[in-house]
Design a protein around this ligand. Sequence first.
Ligand SMILES: Nc1ncnc2c1ncn2[C@@H]1O[C@H](COP(=O)(O)OP(=O)(O)O)[C@@H](O)[C@H]1O
Ligand SMILES: [Mg+2]
Length: 361
Amino acid sequence: MAEIRLENVGHSYDGGATFALNPISLTWKDGNAVALLGPSGCGKTTLLNIISGLLTPSVGRVYFDGVDVTDLDTAKRNVAQVFQFPVLYDTMTVRENLAFPLKNRGVAKDVIATRVDEIAELLNITKYLDIRPLKLRSDLQQLVSLGRGLVRNDVPAILFDEPLTVIDQNFKWTLRGRLKEMHNSTRHTLVYVTHDQTEALTFADEVLVLNQGSVVQSGTASELFLSPQDEFVGFFIGSPGMNFLDGKVFDGAITVGSTQIGTVDGSSKLDNGNVRIGIRPEFLSLNTSGSGISVKINRVEHRGGYKMVHADAKEGKFVAKLGTESTLAAGQSAHLEFDAQRTFLFRNSKVCGTVNIKGAK
Ligand SMILES: Nc1ncnc2c1ncn2[C@@H]1O[C@H](COP(=O)(O)OP(=O)(O)O)[C@@H](O)[C@H]1O
Ligand SMILES: [Mg+2]
């Protein structure tokens, strides 16, 4: 249980030619659950290993509760880490594997026995306690590995590196819920690496979105969804992500081709020039009577509680998430309608100024 602070921490594996993690500074409050989210290769494991001490950063300092731990190895930092694939001792039973981190710290036998039972119950592995782990399926082995990470109460932080990758889809949901419950009661500082947005958004108090070695935005699930600050967040978060189209700003008017779609929000003055316009499928409507950018409905998918409508325009392809009451059908013509509060303008991939479009049609 600790506050974790990074001061200008970055890492290069090739002596400074390229940075797998560009220098960042951040503070995670004691007891928070933080997710590191991003595509493969964006630097998540590098950042996690810097925190655990498996990797010494090329630049910057790491602090736990204000104490500089940059030069301390993993054992001295006393953190628990769970890896993507199981790390277990096969000379021991599952029970002994779970007990091992506690036994190592000289915890009393009866305390160990109670704690091991608790963790086994949390993870649904009680009936395997007296078996050797290599006899188990790989997902059960991973649960045991997870248990070894969770069993100690006295660690400053628990670090997970994509721990649910091999767990079956149904149990993942249950397990995520249980981890969240556990976190609510123990308030360990948790750092959770994943490339799965659902996992990150349901699990964490704060999500850091990484792309190509940089943190592009950090925030709550709803901040990332409702107010993306970077095109990458718009594209990566959401299912599917934002629609984008190219536009121009001239004296506050926003046009796509020859169609004016609105004006820049009055509180920000935007220089004339090109912009990228981003709108999530949830905030895009299709109107059969209005004016605006013309589209042809290409495909309508019925998804139970909503419809996913795919539309083509000469400006690009668009997806709108509409209610089941929508009667739009493939082949029909329609016009795009933007939600005035949820349409964003980007320049150099960053949101520029105050970005809502007012008076959008
Ligand atoms: N030990 C290493 N030596 C050299 N390059 C590495 C090493 N580990 C990771 N990288 C590179 O650093 C970048 C970030 O990797 P990583 O942190 O593992 O990403 P992620 O966990 O997000 O998939 C990638 O380009 C990867 O190829
Ligand atoms: Mg990784």
